[in-house]
Design a protein around this ligand. Sequence first.
Ligand code: AMP
Length: 207
Amino acid sequence: MSERISPRDVNVLFFGPPGAGKGTQADLVAPVLRAAHVSTGELFRAIQREETPLAAQVRAIMEAGEYVPDGVTVAMLEAHVKMLNAAQPELRGVIFDGFPRTPQQVAALDTFLGSRAEHVDAVVYIGVPLEVLLPRLLARGRADDTPEAITTRFVKYENATAPLLVEYERRGIAVHRIDGNQAVEAVKADVVAALSPLFKGQASRGT
Ligand code: AMP
């Protein structure tokens, strides 16, 4: 066994269909665990408000409910995590919300974490029945919550992203299945209960 010379981040992935509450829960749980909440969707929503050619491209892709190309997504994510590590060394880990979404992103995350002697520690799957998700998304009213874009996002999730969960299970990584069809606070309590042991005793980079 090799000695750890510096504290490493706990890396947790949040999975679930569109509208399951990944962002809401990551926001609530991150401060409790002293983790960063990294949402590629939020990062893209910030980028698309800029006035650049990339912004226009990202806006069109998001409004259609398609996935932004892997190269763009991975570069953005890595730059953001490195920035966070430097700016907030007190954090103990990262909650990845909405990433990875494709096999190529899984491989890129492996390489990125591997280069830091880290790995994916756990996966949280927030499950909500389809008939509950649709009204939730339509009520939310985001620019990409049109019936057409919602349909595309569901299909992409089922085809490209849901199989990734099986891949992480096959590797023996803990996948915590949480009932997302409960009150927000109840879901939060379940997620915190599932993840607290991982973060307990974890030193931050700043200590
Ligand atoms: P979200 O906020 O996670 O629902 O993401 C909103 C939109 O951002 C998605 O429908 C995609 O267009 C884009 N997006 C977010 N994360 C990714 C990702 N990991 N790969 C590709 N596109 C993404």
